[in-house]
Design a protein around this ligand. Structure first.
Ligand code: WT7
Length: 658
């Protein structure tokens, strides 16, 4: 707190490095460390021979033709990994576990929002995936054809992805919360001819229709031949004869036998669109062998998965890359038993997630900071009502986790003993890149810390020079990695321009980062989210963390609004915790608090208590929209919000700007 009395004119950069003075450290529990899947030596082995290390990890998979070549980087930035190898991704996620005698092991414990359940063993999954693969083939789908998937979080989502992988048809999953427009632009971009959807799913205690969005989207996608419809809610659906087919009519009638064909390691596995802040969505292309190698290895290493005993649960949606890599491909390639939950965390009550953890004895939980902060807001007493003692590892992904939320997660969910793995990666990286290892790393609240074995990440300044410990700049990846995106679908030039042109020969992730005195990495959010106040760079993440460290604040979103005097002024939107009520005194107290934690330069000019914040499907705050509000502008595009009414709510709550 030595920054309290500092003058505004003092070195703001120094004052703002307060976050890096986080001194709490949490060593791995000794028993976990002793029995960990990956130990400290992995870093050195990978450092000594990075390609040899990945060639070794590729042997986690069953190859129809073992690769001899590891990496072809002769035409950067277009990488080929394991290019002369052949494999079937679905075989690796399903059949081989059955062949190894684990057919009776549960693959998926499905929990529907209304409370209905389904259990699928690996043998069940093999039958279901085989039938679905035969069904797609009967619709004329061939290797290389794209299939769009627009489903709720039900087992058919995973089954559909694996059925596509099995026949070499790249899937393109579109998040079920997205609009008809989002569907049609994606289907048009990748020219999918088949769409898999459902009548609807359950959300917030009631059926929520999906098929109407497909019907609307397809009015502008004339090339789609068939729509395969899963019956989930039983609600009425409009039907286009000749085009629409019920899943239960077509799939259930298929043979349970299907011989998986091997495909080249570089055969496309999926296209997943990232919205980005500007321009049309980018179709991120991932291929087979390298992607599966890294998804599988990182899931094994970061979550320390013991397939015989662990029960794993990733709360992400399948429409997000986390759902691809850490629900479908990583866990299933490792033979995991996992929970899949359809609905929202507060239906029918705010303890639903913790009830599920207790019911299935979940041992590994992977979720996002936004969810953790929401649970904090609901109160400590809610998780306290449930037996969470099965948990042994907790993961976080999606945005920087504030130290306060990190500590709450460990204390109130992890009983003050579970390691927390804060995992940094992107849709583009395909798999986790920077994260602690639960049996090795002494963790620091708020830091993702260190690149995984086999991965190289650096923090550089404007001139691409690596910063020293204590320095800040841009996060880059200076060595290719197996699960890297191969291109943007149909647009190699945009791939080069977006990721490889800011710095020569370096992949620019778009994130700001700092290195602390130990050389550990702290992610500071997207570089577009850095504010410039009176000539000082201040990251939105730092101010948000400072606000959340106040006991009365549950969540906050900070933006830089154009200001005549200071260039940009800091405007903070805050959600207050439980019983705290809004008052001028509280706002003044919060401003003082930020001043104390970060230095006076970082005191928000305005603090606006609100009931909700606008978030994307992956839980990221849409600061762009808040900036519109803060600058009294008409709102920009709200189509990727999970709930677009949030912006109306915020606007109606706010006083007009001074
Ligand atoms: C962006 C990627 C990878 C799946 C999640 C979203 C931010 C992600 C962290 C983290 C700080 C993080 C970055 C990144 N991000 N994880 N642990 N700490 N920031 O994938 O939608 O492609 O977003 O999410 O800004 O660039 P995505």
């Amino acid at each position: 707190m030595s920054n309290a009395d500092r003058n505004t004119g003092d070195k703001a950069g120094e004052a703002l490095s307060n976050l890096l003075r986080e001194e709490r450290r949490f060593a791995p529990p000794p028993a976990l460390a002793a029995d960990a899947n990956v130990k400290a030596d992995a870093y050195d082995r990978a450092e000594a021979d990075r390609l040899g290390f990945w060639a070794e990890q590729a042997r986690r998979l069953d190859w129809a033709v073992e690769p001899q070549e590891t990496l072809d980087w002769s035409t950067p930035p277009f990488a080929k990994w394991f290019a002369d190898g052949k494999l079937n991704v679905a075989y690796n996620c399903v059949d081989r576990h059955v062949e190894a005698g684990h057919g009776d092991r549960v693959a998926i414990h499905f929990e529907g929002e209304p409370g209905d359940t389904r259990t699928l063993t690996y043998a069940d999954l093999k039958r279901e995936v085989s039938k679905a693969a035969n069904a797609l083939t009967s619709l004329g789908v061939e290797a290389g054809d794209r299939v769009a998937i627009y489903l709720p979080m039900i087992p058919e989502a995973v089954i559909s992805m694996l059925a596509c992988a099995r026949i070499g048809a790249p899937h393109s999953v579109v998040f079920g919360g997205f609009s008809a427009d989002a569907v049609s632009s994606r289907v048009t971009d990748n020219d999918a001819r088949i769409v898999i959807t459902a009548d609807g799913g359950y959300r917030r205690g009631k059926p929520s229709a999906l098929k109407p969005a497909i019907d609307e989207a397809l009015t502008s996608c004339p090339d789609v031949r068939n729509v395969l419809v899963v019956r989930r809610t039983g609600g009425d659906v409009a039907w286009t004869e000749g085009r629409d087919i019920w899943w239960h009519d077509l799939v259930d009638a298929q043979s349970e036998e299907h011989e998986p064909q091997p495909f080249d390691a570089e055969h496309p596995l999926f296209i997943l669109y990232t919205s980005g802040t500007t321009g049309k969505p980018k179709g991120i292309l991932h291929t087979s062998g390298g992607y599966l190698t890294q998804a599988s290895y990182t899931h094994h290493a970061v979550f320390d998965l013991k397939p015989e005993t662990d029960v794993y649960w990733c709360t992400a949606d399948i429409g997000w890359v986390t759902g691809h890599s850490y629900i479908t491909y990583g866990p299933l390639s490792n033979g995991a038993t996992q929970v899949m939950y359809e609905g929202t965390p507060d239906t029918p009550h705010q303890g639903r997630w913790w009830e599920i953890v207790a019911k299935y004895g979940v041992t590994i939980l992977y979720t996002a900071p936004t969810a953790i902060r929401t649970c904090m807001k609901w109160g400590d007493d809610i998780p306290a009502k449930f037996d969470l003692s099965s948990l042994r590892i907790l993961g976080s992904v999606g945005e920087p986790i504030n130290p306060e939320a990190w500590i709450w997660y460990r204390e109130h969910i992890g009983a003050g003993k579970t390691p927390i793995v804060d995992t940094w990666w992107q849709t583009e990286t395909g798999a986790i890149m920077i994260s602690p290892l639960p049996g090795v790393t002494s963790t620091k609240p708020g830091s993702a810390q260190r690149a995984l074995p086999g991965i190289s990440a650096k923090v550089v300044d404007d001139t691409a020079t690596e910063v020293g410990n204590g320095g800040g700049g841009y996060l880059v990846l200076d060595q290719p990695w197996p699960s890297m995106l191969r291109t943007i679908w149909g647009d190699d030039q945009r791939f080069k321009d977006t990721y490889w042109s800011r710095f020569e020969d370096l992949y620019f992730a778009g994130d700001g980062a700092k290195k602390d005195d130990d050389g550990d990495i702290w992610l500071l959010g997207r570089v577009d989210d850095v504010m410039l106040v009176s000539g000082h760079n201040i990251s939105t993440t730092e101010v948000e963390s400072a606000l959340v460290s106040h006991p009365k604040v549950a969540e906050s979103a900070v933006v830089g609004a154009t200001d005549a005097t200071t260039g940009q002024a800091i405007v903070a939107f805050v959600i207050l915790r439980g019983s705290a009520s809004e008052s001028a005194e509280l706002v003044a107290e919060l401003r003082e608090h930020v001043g104390k934690v970060l230095g006076p330069i970082a005191k928000p000019k305005r603090i606006l208590p609100v009931a909700e914040l606008p978030k994307t499907r992956s839980g990221k705050i849409m600061r762009r929209l808040l900036r519109d509000v803060a600058e009294n502008r008409t709102l920009g595009d709200v189509t990727t919000l999970t709930d677009s009414s949030v912006m109306d709510l915020i606007s109606s709550q706010l006083p007009s700007a001074p």
